[in-house]
Design a binder for this molecule. Structure first.
Ligand code: RIB
Ligand code: CA
Length: 313
C-alpha cells in the first residue's frame, strides 16, 4: 500500500529533485499535496517553482499550495547565492500550467490531517518548518494523523551552512523548528551529516543527463548550477544532494542508518540560533524524539535516483 505524504518545500534545486523522485514512484508514494514555504527564495518564487516542477514532470492534478511568507519571529533569510535568483537556476523559467490552489498551505495541512485516519500520513518537510509549526499550533489535534515526520535539516558532525553552527532550514525559522521537534511525533532527521555523503559528482550528473528525458535533463541542468557553489566552498567535485534523501528513505530505508536520540533546537542564543543540539549518547537523559540519520549507501542512493528518473517518458 502506498505511503500518504505531504511534501512541504522551498524549491530550490534539491527540493525539485526530491519532488521528481516522489512523483516517479506513485505505487509507493501518494502525494496528497505539495505545500510551499519561504526559504531558499521568497514564497512567490518557491510556489511558482513547485508548479514548474509539476509541469516538467507532467504531474497532472498536482495540488500545490502557498504557505508562510516569513518565519514566525526572525526576519526571513534567503539563499539566492546558492540557488540563484529564480531559486531553480539551471533551467528555463516559464509560467506553469499547474495552478496554485486558493487554500493556504497551513489550512490544507490541517484539513487533510483532520480528515485522515490515525497515524496515516507522513510529513516530508524539506525547507524551513514554518508551515508545519503553524499547523500544529493552530490545531494540535491534527498530530494524531501524523505517522512520522521525515525532514531535511540540522547538523551535528558537519559544521553549519548558515552561520557557523546551524543548518539553513533550522536557522531560517528556529522557533518553528523547536515547535516541530517538541511536538511528540517521531522525526527522521536527514541532516548535513548524511547529506554531505551524497555528492553530485560530475560523473553522476553526466549519467543523469544521459537518461535523455525532460525530467532527467532538467535535473542535470539544475544540479550543474547547484553544484558550483558547494564545489567551490568545500573544494570538492559536486554538492551534497540534501532534500532527495527524505524521499529516498521512504522508498528504500535500508540505504540509511541512524540512531535514536534527543534533539533540541537553540532559539535564544544569537551566536548559535537554529543549532540542533543532538544528545547522541543520551547524556542528558531526555526522551529521544528523533532518529538522527548518520550514514547512507550513496551508490545505492544514486542508483535509485537514476532508476526512478528513467521512469519519466
Ligand atoms: O541546508 C540545506 C537545506 O536548505 C536544503 O533543504 C536546501 O534546499 C535549503 O532549503
Ligand atoms: Ca529545501
Amino acid at each position: 500500500m502506498s505511503k500518504k505524504i505531504i511534501i512541504d518545500c522551498d524549491p530550490g534545486q534539491d527540493d525539485a529533485v526530491a519532488l521528481f523522485l516522489a512523483m516517479s514512484s506513485p505505487d509507493e508514494l501518494e502525494i496528497l499535496g505539495i505545500t510551499t514555504v519561504a526559504g531558499n527564495v521568497p514564497l512567490n518564487l518557491t510556489q511558482r517553482n513547485a508548479r514548474i516542477i509539476c509541469d516538467i514532470a507532467n504531474y497532472k492534478n498536482a495540488k500545490v499550495f502557498s504557505g508562510c511568507s516569513r518565519p514566525i519571529l526572525v526576519d526571513l533569510v534567503t539563499a539566492e547565492n546558492v540557488h540563484g535568483n529564480t531559486g531553480i537556476d539551471g533551467i528555463d523559467i516559464f509560467e506553469p500550467e499547474t495552478t496554485l490552489r486558493k487554500m493556504h498551505a497551513v489550512d490544507f495541512i490541517i484539513e487533510t490531517l483532520s480528515e485522515a485516519e490515525a497515524n496515516s500520513i507522513t510529513l516530508v518537510p524539506t525547507g524551513p518548518l514554518t508551515n508545519i509549526a503553524l499547523a500544529i499550533i493552530k490545531d494540535p489535534s491534527i498530530l494524531k494523523a501524523v505517522k512520522q515526520i521525515v525532514l531535511m535539516g540540522g547538523a551535528m558532525r558537519e559544521a553549519g551552512n548558515l552561520g557557523a553552527s546551524a543548518e539553513f532550514n533550522m536557522r531560517v525559522d528556529p522557533h518553528a523548528a523547536r515547535v516541530v521537534f517538541e511536538c511528540g511525533i517521531p522525526i527522521i532527521v536527514m541532516s548535513l551529516d548524511v547529506t554531505h555523503k551524497v555528492l553530485t559528482s560530475r560523473e553522476r550528473v553526466n549519467e543523469i543527463e544521459s537518461i535523455g528525458n525532460s525530467v532527467s535533463s532538467a535535473t542535470a541542468n539544475m544540479l550543474k548550477f547547484f553544484a558550483r557553489y558547494d564545489s567551490e566552498k568545500y573544494g570538492i567535485d559536486g554538492a551534497p544532494l540534501h532534500d532527495p534523501c527524505t524521499i529516498a528513505w521512504l522508498l528504500k530505508e535500508d540505504l540509511f542508518s541512524g540512531k535514536e536520540c534527543n534533539v533540541r533546537i537553540e532559539t535564544d542564543s544569537s551566536l548559535t540560533l537554529g543549532h540542533t543540539s543532538v544528545d547522541f549518547w543520551g547524556v542528558e537523559g531526555n526522551t529521544p524524539n528523533a532518529i538522527w540519520i548518520e550514514d547512507i549507501d550513496d551508490v545505492g542512493f544514486y542508483n535509485l535516483l537514476i532508476d526512478r528518473l528513467k521512469r519519466f517518458d
